[in-house]
Write a protein that binds this ligand. Structure first.
Ligand SMILES: Nc1ncnc2c1ncn2[C@@H]1O[C@H](COP(=O)(O)OP(=O)(O)OP(=O)(O)O)[C@@H](O)[C@H]1O
Length: 243
């Protein structure tokens, strides 16, 4: 049974339809990446999945008892607020310290428990957010651009960590990323979202699709092309390729 099934989902804010006819599934153990330009509805899709946004049409079914760990884009902590990693990790979830430690180890930062949150590097901070999401041994990790602010080697290391953790624990991952060139090798499937699912398939299929080359041709030019990706239809060739 799929962990998450989204069928013909529509999300509308006032008169603004940001998602329409979106269908996708996430199966146990899968790592699926969602790419799409700014404002294409990626975060709205996540919010709909966790029940934080009303849906206008369609349905979202979660496997009964599904545990979701959520890693946000970025979390701001006031520089003047003293809070240790241990305290931060247990703010909303009073788990024993030993479980925090295990989660930090799994996230690749075993020695941070007593450190101040405000003194962490960007990469360490994001790993603490990952550890916090792992505490309850989730069946699914939702990562919303979890490597924002990290440089490319930092993001690559972060995604490798995710892949290692998930391959080991069997936890599935649904992640939003602008860095397809980085997450490519770790993803089982890639879904390109632009208000609707305009293209999807295995990384190899997507990589050989003209859309992918247009988006991520090479280097920064390719990455920047993502933001100009404002096409709407005419993706039949990609769908065919994905089948
Ligand atoms: N609560 C809200 N009320 C009204 N409009 C919203 C709300 N949240 C998002 N939107 C609008 O919905 C559209 C999709 O936003 P969303 O954050 O889902 O896109 P995104 O693909 O995650 O973008 P980004 O890559 O910039 O993070 C945008 O036009 C945004 O302005």
């Amino acid at each position: 049974m799929s962990l998450i099934t989204v069928k013909n989902l529509a999300v509308t804010y006032g008169a603004n339809t940001v998602l329409s006819n979106v269908s996708l599934t996430l199966n146990p153990g899968e790592i699926v990446t969602i790419v799409g330009p700014n404002g294409s509805g990626k975060t709205s899709l996540f919010r709909a999945i966790i029940g934080a946004t009303d849906i206008t049409k369609g349905e979202i079914s979660l496997k009964p008892g599904l545990k979701i760990g959520y890693v946000p884009q970025r979390l701001h902590i006031d520089q003047t607020l003293p809070i240790t990693v241990a305290r931060f990790m247990r703010l909303t979830n009073r788990v024993p310290l030993a479980r925090c430690k295990t989660a930090l180890e799994a996230a690749g930062v075993p020695d941070l428990l007593k450190r101040q949150m405000t003194q962490l590097s960007g990469g360490q901070f994001q790993r603490v957010l990952l550890a916090r999401a792992l505490i309850n041994q989730p069946d699914v990790l939702l990562l919303d651009e979890a490597t924002q602010g990290l440089d490319q080697p930092g993001s690559a290391a972060f995604y490798q960590e995710i892949e290692t953790v998930c391959r080991k624990t069997g936890c599935a991952v649904l992640m939003i990323s602008h860095e397809l060139h980085v997450v490519m090798s770790a993803s089982d499937r890639v879904i390109c979202l632009n208000g609707h699912v305009c293209c999807e398939g295995t990384p190899a299929v997507v990589a050989s699709a003209p859309e992918y080359r247009a988006l991520f041709g090479s280097g920064t030019g390719g990455a920047l092309a993502l933001y100009r990706h404002d096409h709407d239809h005419d993706h039949d060739h990609c769908h065919e390729a994905a089948e």
